[in-house]
Design a protein. Structure first.
Length: 114
């Protein structure tokens, strides 16, 4: 890592101590909970999508890799596209009932939202 990584230290007060080492906060990823302990809500979203509907699966607690893996499995089983990022899985179309059934079949505690 660079010794002079100034972008990471913006907003840090200058120190005159020559032995001072700036310590960054480490962002620990949340451990993925077992499927039985996950509380997923399957809803629909129509905002800012050009009139298209998407199914949103929110409430996932875990790593981004596990989220993407679950999203990929749902997209394959539904036969549609979508994405998995920022703690939400987006699936194209109104597939709330099908996604809820698939999640329950996988062992997740899924509930149909709006």
């Amino acid at each position: 890592m660079k010794e002079n990584d100034w972008k990471q230290r913006l907003g840090v007060v200058y120190s005159t101590n020559p032995d001072f080492q700036y310590e960054r906060e480490s962002t620990a990823q949340a451990e993925t909970l077992p499927p039985e302990q996950q509380r997923l809500i399957v809803g629909i979203d129509r905002r800012n999508r050009g009139g298209k509907q998407v199914t949103l699966v929110s409430g996932f607690v875990g790593t981004e890799e596990d989220l993407k893996e679950l999203g990929r499995a749902l997209k394959v089983k539904c036969g549609v596209g979508g994405s998995a990022k920022d703690g939400e899985i987006t699936i194209q179309g109104d597939l709330r009932d099908k996604v809820t059934a698939l999640l329950k079949e996988m062992g997740y505690n899924a509930k149909r939202g709006n």
